[in-house]
Design a protein around this ligand. Structure first.
Ligand code: ZN
Length: 208
């Protein structure tokens, strides 16, 4: 097993520069995957040694010390919320004490937006067994982490703890596996490109 989060995304997360909706997906994956945690720790150590190499010439001693101290701190959100059912602690923290509030999107598919800012949106998605998310492309980055059940698309099969990274190059139709409903945490930084008319008409309503 290797970490499923690409190095450049993990590096940006370790540096604290990944936008919140994507940082939530990475934090959640780190909480579920020992490989992901090891990758994060390696990037944090690398960040520290780069700062050491830069030495005092480019950074004031005080700034360098405070950055190094920050790198020593556990970067994960403080676990003020415990895991609840299928929802890991970072997801519970993003919901800030509220329960999941599903909104119907049609066809039994439901969503709950758990984080949104000018850089993107993170949502929980509930897809009934065997149900498809309408065929779509991407105007930016989409990171989808499976919390329960599974889904498949043109690129493969994704089970609990698996993460799919999609970008402008991928058009796909994710279909939930049989058995349990698929619950995912998905972050996007741009509207999706749906092929069919009805999903396109509903996009503004669902902010997807
Ligand atoms: Zn997609």
């Amino acid at each position: 097993m290797t970490c499923q989060i690409p190095d450049h995304i993990m590096a940006s997360y370790a540096a604290g520069s990944l936008p919140d909706p994507f940082a939530l997906v990475v934090a959640t994956h780190v909480s579920m995957s020992p490989d992901s945690r090891a990758s994060l720790e390696a990037h944090q150590a690398l960040g520290g040694s780069v700062l050491e190499l830069m030495g005092g010439e480019t950074l004031s001693a005080g700034l360098k010390d405070s950055v190094l101290a920050a790198l020593d701190d556990p970067f994960e959100p403080t676990p003020q919320y415990a895991r609840s059912g299928v929802y890991p602690a970072p997801v519970m923290a993003a919901m800030n004490g509220r329960g999941v509030a599903w909104k119907n999107m049609g066809g039994g598919v439901r969503q709950d937006i758990v984080a949104a800012d000018q850089y993107g949106t993170a949502r929980l998605l509930y897809i009934p067994p065997g149900m498809a998310v309408p065929d779509h492309g991407h105007n930016g980055l989409e990171m989808t982490l499976v919390l329960q059940g599974s889904f498949s698309d043109e690129t493969g099969h994704f089970g609990v703890g698996d993460i799919e990274i999609a970008n402008e190059d991928l058009d796909h139709t994710p279909i939930a596996g049989p058995g349990e409903a698929c619950i995912c945490l998905a972050a996007t930084d741009a509207p999706l490109r749906f092929r069919a008319l009805i999903p396109r008409l509903l996009q503004p309503l669902f902010k997807i």
